[in-house]
Design a protein around this ligand. Sequence first.
Ligand code: SF4
Ligand code: SF4
Length: 285
Amino acid sequence: MRIVVVSGKGGAGKTTFSVILSILLSKEVDIELIDSDVEEPNSNLFLNSALESASVYRKIPRLNSEICTGCGKCADICAYNSVVMVKQKPLIFTDLCHSCGGCVEVCPVNALTEADDKYGEIGSGTSGNMMFKEGRIDVGKIQSPMLIKELLADKSSDRVQIVDAPPGTACNTVQALYGADFALIVAEPTPFGTSDFKLIHELTRVMNIDSAVVVNKDEGYSKDFYKLCESLEVPVLAAVAFDEKLSQYYSVGNLKGYLENEDITSYKGAVDGLKSLIMSEKKNG
Ligand code: SF4
Ligand code: SF4
């Protein structure tokens, strides 16, 4: 089963909730936490897991201009306009390349070959009895959705996968939500947070993914937010007030210490809600 933790914007508390809920759930359920926020993977700052890293490559065409005849077939076949003919020579924009291999295939004189292009890393390790994985895009590379797809390709694990998704509602988040069984939306009940919540909820709705909300930094002034959740029929699993102690632990990367030493009863609703979701999924096969 895969639960994807999302938020309509950065800073709503998505990574904090992903890590806290994964640690708490891992006491009773086999969990694999996956940080798919590949442009800024931060979960492991709280776990300190020693990661084994593997480089991730894609195929791009490489030109041998000495044997190219300038026929233009490579440019004709490229559906992504990654190849343009300039003075009868192909100019290849590798950032636009989708690695389909078409240009290499059609070149009549084998002037194009496929070359490896490294664009990121996937790290994996353990933290307590929890498994952990993260994707990390190389600086300057634009293949984040491709890396997220690679990172989340394996859904066969017996463990419940909790995916910390990239923030927002654009391509990276959409990619992280593919294959989700459930979306947990982290939202702040401010006017700004409510606006972002509407966007991310709409995304889960159009992708046909059931969702629930955990409300972060609820100071009790937010009745309209709860009315909105009710009208959208999105259950609220937990509401957590701003906690200065959490900020202190967070600022030194010690969420585990927070969970061990402080009152965390406000997270109970979210843990129980996810646990019953996991159990009903297991029961239904
Ligand atoms: S591999 Fe495919 S996408 Fe890339 S340049 Fe060639 S035809 Fe275009
Ligand atoms: S298809 Fe081959 S020979 Fe023709 S322009 Fe492209 S690289 Fe050159």
